[in-house]
Design a protein around this ligand. Structure first.
Ligand code: TEU
Length: 577
């Protein structure tokens, strides 16, 4: 069943733009150096002026913050670091007052090891009533429990080291795909699923408008938890084929839909974060007739600049690879499924530094080009805080400048094995998640107006010239370009529903495509020059002298059949069919 353009329950999010808030780094209202809910409340007018429809709030629940809140110790409260439930209710009401919606982060592949479910599971021992809520296994056959190599299987964790930690008291190991403080829940257990669904209903009853579901395609593990292949240069086995889109994943998501979302009176949004998901799987997850999810985050395009040595092994992006990948997702989900579109989130380096050019000469223009390309695709665009300002990667110097558990563990592990610290740091500087987590740059003052105290992570020194206050006052800014793109999504049916057709797939510098929408008799042509040199392109017939809908350089040059684009130029043409 195609996504029905006229069905309001389905179509509201096809015209929506989502803005992700990472509360810790957004705005600090009380001077403790960490962003909080009242800080978000104070900045809501900024977000409503930008024009976004939905806010996604990264986790604000009580947490020991081993992974900045993605390790939850109580699903039904707010961490005092961020405020109180009363602050949350006030925020939700203020969001709704401005005609926006609020989506919560749902982290239910794992909990914190300090969640009462886990402490009961651990402390009750193998016969305890909550033992089976998590994934416990004895040591490998014939091995002494707790000794190196005795782990139940050879899987490596996302955050370095094995996916198993040993509990001496019971003599067994528990599974954690992420840190040892993030034990995986056992979704095979129906009590676990019911507890999660009840918690989700509690938030919906409170008035939230949906969920972004953290690594939700990892919740079903293959029976027997078989060993993974050990790739060259890796210390551990790759367990991912045994937990990415595992055997019961569709069953669990359909059950969640039935138990939580079906027939809900308010329009909701569900988006599943899915590392390793394929186009074919994503089409199933997002086919409305299957009633699983509205859309998913896929990771293919953010893996294209990664070498064989893993995420910190950086290689240059080939534009043809990016176009082939995103183009395949555009046509692959077709009329059946739905894409979510993103360059950035709290786990990715800043896109202007990664796929654009953050040098002073090209920064603004390349940030606007990247925005234009993404927002003209078919799907729901996500903006990560600060992206709308063209915020760049941070100038991290020493390991002490980093805060993220993934980066710190990686550094510790690699250097312990004898790697050159400087080369490990080079990878972290390019790819480390802290690049996304430096505070939002509100103005040119000390600490960028983020806090009156000492920020938990250093503010990027470039805030003196890259900040929201300066850009709000400049109609040519990256910020205003984003505002215009969001408005286009709201007003131009071809942006929302037009067919996607890639042009010049083999050109290494040009990203070009059309969006054709028969109902509104409109076709759009998007042209983007991904490089710091001029680039000449042959256009298809019939685009000469058409209107420019939006551009990142003054659009006084009429379009010619053979047209030379200026460095990092992006423009969108419109014609009537
Ligand atoms: O991320 C899962 C994920 O696959 C990543 O993008 C992750 O950061 C990367 O693979 C690590 O190399 C989600 C959250 O977005 C992330 O912040 C959490 O740390 C993680 O799950 C665990 O909850």
């Amino acid at each position: 069943m195609p996504v029905n353009e006229n069905d309001p329950a389905r179509s509201w999010w096809s015209k929506a733009v989502v803005y992700q808030i990472y509360p810790r780094s957004f705005a600090d209202s009380n001077g403790d150096g960490v962003g909080d809910l009242r800080g978000v409340i104070e900045r809501l007018d900024y977000l409503s002026t930008l024009g976004v429809d939905v806010l996604w709030l990264s986790p604000v629940y009580p947490s020991p913050h081993d992974d900045n809140g993605y390790d939850i110790s109580d699903y039904q409260d707010i961490d005092p670091l961020f405020g109180t439930l009363a602050d949350f209710d006030e925020l939700l009401a203020a969001v709704h007052d401005r005609g926006m919606k609020l989506v919560m982060d749902l982290v239910v592949n794992h909990t914190s090891d300090e969640h009462p479910w886990f402490t009961a599971s651990r402390d009750g021992g193998p016969a305890g009533s909550k033992r089976d809520w998590y994934i416990w296994r004895p040591a490998r056959d014939g091995m002494e429990p707790g000794t190196p190599g005795a782990e139940p299987n050879n899987w490596g964790s996302f955050f370095s080291g094995p996916t198993w930690s040993y509990d001496e008291a019971s003599g067994e190991y528990y599974l954690h795909l992420f840190s040892r403080k993030q034990p995986d829940l056992n979704w095979e257990n129906p009590e676990v699923r019911q507890a999660v669904f009840a918690m989700m209903r509690w938030w919906l009853d409170r008035g939230v408008d949906g969920f972004r579901m953290d690594v939700v395609n990892l919740i079903s593990k293959a029976p027997g938890l078989p060993d993974g292949v050990v790739h060259e240069g890796s210390l551990h086995g790759d367990g991912s084929p045994h937990y990415i889109c595992g055997p019961r994943i569709h069953e669990y998501l359909a059950e969640m839909h039935r138990e939580v979302f079906a027939d809900h009176p308010r329009p909701l949004l569900t988006v599943g974060e899915m590392p390793g998901v394929t186009v074919e799987q994503a089409r199933l997850f997002t086919d409305p007739s299957r009633r699983e999810l509205d859309m998913v985050f896929q990771f293919e395009h953010v893996g294209l600049d990664q070498g064989p040595g893993g995420k910190f092994d950086v290689r240059p992006l080939r534009l043809t690879d990016l176009k082939a990948s995103l183009g395949r997702w555009q046509t692959g989900l077709g009329d059946t499924g739905w894409n979510s579109l993103y360059w950035n989130n709290h786990d990715q380096p800043r896109v202007v530094s990664r796929f654009g050019d953050d040098s002073p000469a090209h920064r603004d223009r390349s940030a606007k080009l990247l925005a234009t390309v993404l927002h003209l695709h078919r799907g729901t665009p996500y903006i990560y805080q600060g992206e709308e300002l063209g915020m760049a990667n941070a100038p991290f110097d020493a390991i002490e400048d980093f805060r993220d558990i993934e980066s710190l563990n990686h550094f510790r592990q690699r250097t312990a094995l004898g790697a050159d610290p400087e080369s490990v740091l080079a990878g972290l500087r390019h790819r480390g998640r802290d690049n996304a987590r430096t505070p939002v740059q509100w103005d040119a003052t000390h600490h960028a107006g983020f806090t009156t105290g000492t920020p938990w992570i250093a503010v990027n020194p470039d805030h003196t010239h890259v900040n929201a206050a300066a850009q709000a006052a400049d109609p040519d800014s990256v910020l205003h370009h984003y505002r215009r793109l969001i408005e286009l999504r709201h007003t131009e049916p071809a942006v929302t529903h037009g067919d996607f057709h890639m042009l010049h797939p083999d050109d290494e510098q040009l990203y070009a495509f059309t969006r054709r929408h028969a109902d509104s008799r409109t076709e759009l042509l998007v042209l983007a020059n991904f490089g710091g040199t001029a680039h000449t392109v042959e256009l298809p017939e019939g685009w000469e002298d058409t209107d420019t809908l939006i551009a990142n350089v003054s659009s006084d040059v009429p379009l010619r059949r053979t047209h030379t684009l200026r460095p990092w130029e992006a423009r969108v043409q419109r014609r009537v069919l």
